[in-house]
Design a protein around this ligand. Structure first.
Ligand SMILES: Cc1ncc(C[n+]2csc(CCOP(=O)(O)OP(=O)(O)O)c2C)c(N)n1
Ligand SMILES: [Mg+2]
Length: 312
């Protein structure tokens, strides 16, 4: 990774953290339509993976992958409008977190049902292969999600068809309040269905980026899919309404010391590539203005209520 890439990746990770912090404030003030799902401590697995892609590639994020969306050009303002259910937001107030997309912008909308995105992405990757296009699809899956039938079938199909699909496994220690060992035997990498499998320190942005770049090269050479398992940790509860009372505080403390953001900053400093010290304040000011704008945006127009819905 060169200096300009490192600076851009660092900014994306910081923007992710600060955008989520701003969302938490909006949640606590009672402005959001639902809960807020943080990726605190997992910014490297969302940002450094998406950062390794080309413009022509597609992503299919899950709820904890806001960072990948910001990397791909979604604006924090769109995110705020969406969480606040505003009529001018990406879904016009029909949905209230990151469930929106658009193929033209390389974004396959998240699906809440865990695992369900894997067969969808395998289908998109099959179309790419049939059209002989040089691009890949990337999606993410959690510990719990990797125990579903949809995950297993979708990845198995991608393996048998050698599809250009990168599945990023976020092994973050929890599936809501269930520890993975109560749901599955063995590590996440054991569920690869025979795909090329890379296991990395998911809190080391540099390592994640290098592995995601390798995964992309493997997929473009026709040897996909790749299961890229990132070992990380969910530093917050499942969402803001979850107080994490089932988590051992000592475990949290140990993982907080491996926070990917200061680790990446330390690595950058060691290269002599110091991030701009004014960057956090600059991003905070931008996010405050974006949030203010979203708060002032109108609710959905009631006359549009039936637009975009199916009827029998
Ligand atoms: C098929 C299915 N079962 C249950 C749920 C409810 N649910 C949403 S998130 C979640 C836990 C997910 O854990 P994991 O896959 O490890 O992802 P993480 O939240 O740790 O990122 C559950 C059980 C769901 N969305 N879909
Ligand atoms: Mg998990």
């Amino acid at each position: 990774m060169d200096r300009s890439a490192a600076l851009a990746l660092h900014e994306a990770m910081l923007l992710t953290r600060l955008t989520e912090e701003r969302l938490v404030k909006l949640f606590r003030q009672g402005h959001t339509m639902g809960s807020v799902y943080r990726s605190l401590g997992q910014e490297a697995t969302s940002c450094a993976t998406a950062f390794a892609l080309g413009e022509e590639d597609l992503i299919a994020p899950m709820i904890r992958n806001l960072g990948s969306m910001l990397v791909r050009g979604v604006s924090p303002e769109e995110i705020f409008l969406q969480y606040l259910g505003r009529g001018t937001g990406p879904t016009g107030g029909r949905e209230h977190n990151n469930h929106f997309g658009g193929i033209a912008r390389g974004l396959i909308a998240p699906t809440s049902m865990l695992g369900a995105l894997i067969p969808v992405c395998a289908g998109v990757a099959l179309a790419i292969q049939q059209k002989r296009e040089q691009r890949v699809v990337m999606t993410w899956i959690g510990d719990g999600g990797s125990s579903t039938g949809a995950f297993t079938e979708g990845l198995n199909f991608a393996v048998v068809q050698s599809l250009p699909l990168i599945v990023v496994g976020e092994a973050n220690g929890w599936a809501y309040s269930t520890p993975p060992a109560k749901q599955m035997k063995g590590p996440m990498s054991a569920r690869s269905q025979g795909a090329h499998t890379l296991v990395v320190d998911g809190n080391d942005a540099n390592e994640v980026f290098e592995a995601a770049s390798e995964a992309r090269t493997i997929c473009l050479s026709g040897d996909g899919p790749v299961f890229l398992v990132c070992e990380t940790y969910r530093l917050k509860g499942h969402a803001e309404h979850d107080d994490q009372r089932y988590v051992d505080p000592a475990e949290l403390e140990a993982w907080a010391k491996k926070d990917p953001l200061p680790r990446f900053e330390a690595w950058m400093k060691a290269q002599g590539w110091n991030p701009d010290p004014k960057l956090p304040a600059h991003l905070e000011a931008r996010l405050a203005a974006d949030a203010e704008h979203a708060l002032g945006a109108p609710p959905p127009d009631p006359s549009t209520l039936l637009e975009g819905v199916f009827s029998g």
